[in-house]
Design a protein around this ligand. Structure first.
Ligand SMILES: Cc1cc2nc3c(=O)[nH]c(=O)nc-3n(C[C@H](O)[C@H](O)[C@H](O)COP(=O)(O)OP(=O)(O)OC[C@H]3O[C@@H](n4cnc5c(N)ncnc54)[C@H](O)[C@@H]3O)c2cc1C
Length: 391
């Protein structure tokens, strides 16, 4: 019997392996990944400075340790180049050598890739992105090496705002730029975003909104960041956090249906037999949710399916805690096809915003401030499941 093969070594891949091993200690399991297979919690990357964690302290285990712990063969630094779905066989490439690997079942946990915008200037390629531990190590190396530490962040989404807060709190000067007129434009109504922004500004974070970066040029040891609004910002380190795109190419080449992500049904099956998709690469039941809680739900369901009990994923309301201590924020994102109107209740240190649909049902919320955050559980219970435990 060929092994169950997981492609990827991110949270989704390790969560599936861990949940599967709880149910089945023996069936052959193999992980194949392009990176070194270190196991770490990616969310730690955007608050590691305040947590006083050096990049080398973030990993919880290397490939050898994880292989022993999970009784799983790990092929790291290995790219999967092709999937032959009819033959249940993968083409692998490591250090220029090509090999084949058969699978019984295949789990695609391929993640997502940071979007990059083309920029002008002699230092346009100096923009860091942080979507894995290696990226973060390179970002921290430049940060640590420079003395004056003005950091310009492109993108005022969740990751951009979290990094801004972490940098500001650890003695740097962060400035965030976004094309939208508000931070967290995909997650917050504008009135709430304004209060959120004010709190971050009170902590010293700068914002340049409604504009974008045209060019980045290096002068001596610093960068000049030219904005579309005519301003020029000086920076020592540059970070781009303008969003991620699901990695769908490998699946698409194999004839697996893709849309914004790799299309999967509520049992996490793709359009091709014996191939499943999880994590940031997966569009499950029409929804892309690139967060930790959906990954854990997916991993539990898929582990049961792989061990013989076909199981649907359950998506209850899964609020996301944004790691911005200057403005503690919890958001339950609204499904994108749902029309809502917002009601906003002001609290002593923040506010509660509720997204109500045409049937008067709560579909999402925003809790800003520590006392509002306490409503997280009680409000979550009022929101209908995105995918019920069993359809
Ligand atoms: C800075 C940051 C902070 C975050 N904070 C939070 C938070 O507070 N809360 C929250 O809920 N979510 C947060 N997230 C999102 C969360 O971390 C992600 O949803 C999650 O880590 C995605 O895991 P993944 O396994 O799907 O993808 P990834 O971690 O991207 O893993 C993809 C894997 O696939 C491998 N791979 C891809 N293609 C191939 C191939 N062809 N061959 C071999 N290997 C391949 C890669 O090498 C990698 O190992 C954060 C994200 C970031 C970047």
């Amino acid at each position: 019997m060929h092994p169950i093969v997981i492609i990827g070594s991110g949270m989704a891949a390790y969560a599936v392996a861990r949940e599967f091993r709880k149910l089945d200690p023996d069936t052959a399991l193999m992980m194949i990944c392009a990176d070194d297979a270190r196991n770490y919690a990616k969310p730690t990357l955007s608050n590691a400075l305040v947590g006083n964690k050096a990049p080398a302290q973030i990993a919880l285990g290397d490939a050898e340790k994880m292989s022993n712990q999970l009784n799983m063969q790990i092929l790291n630094h290995t790219w999967v180049k092709q999937i032959d779905t009819a033959a249940h066989c993968l083409s692998l490439e490591k250090e220029g050598q090509t090999t084949q690997q058969s699978y019984s079942k295949l789990i695609l946990a391929l993640g997502a890739t940071p979007i990059r915008v083309p920029l002008q200037g002699n230092a346009a390629d100096q923009l860091h992105v942080v979507n894995n531990l290696n990226d973060y190590t390179a970002f921290r190396a430049e940060l640590d090496q420079k003395t004056a530490q003005r950091v310009v962040i492109l993108g005022a989404g969740l990751i951009g705002c979290e990094f801004a807060n972490d940098l500001q709190q650890s003695g740097h000067q962060a400035t965030v730029i976004d094309l939208a007129e508000q931070p967290l434009a995909r997650l917050l109504p504008s009135d709430v975003a304004q209060v959120f922004q004010e709190k971050l500004q009170q902590a010293g974070i700068g914002f340049e909104l409604g504009t974008t970066v045209n060019a980045i040029d290096q002068h001596a040891d610093a960068y000049a960041v030219s904005l579309a609004n005519g301003k020029v910002l000086d920076a020592d380190v540059l970070l781009s956090a303008i969003g991620l795109r699901a990695n769908t190419q490998l699946a698409e080449q194999a004839g697996i249906q893709v849309s914004r992500g790799i299309v999967a049904n509520t049992q996490l099956e793709t359009s091709v037999a014996d191939i499943y998709a999880v994590g940031d690469c997966a569009e499950v039941h029409g929804t892309l949710l690139p967060y930790v809680m959906p990954i854990m739900q997916q991993a539990r369901a898929l582990a049961k399916t792989l061990s013989g009990t076909t199981t649907q994923v359950h998506y209850p309301a899964m609020p996301v805690a944004v790691k911005t201590p200057a403005a503690p924020l919890t958001v339950l994102p609204i499904p994108h096809e749902v029309e809502v109107s917002w009601t906003i209740e002001t609290q002593e240190d923040g506010l509660i915003a509720k997204a109500i649909d045409a049937n008067d049902t709560l579909r999402g919320f925003v809790l800003l401030g520590a006392s509002a955050g306490k409503q997280r559980l009680s409000l979550s219970k009022l929101v209908p499941d995105l995918i019920p435990a069993a359809l």
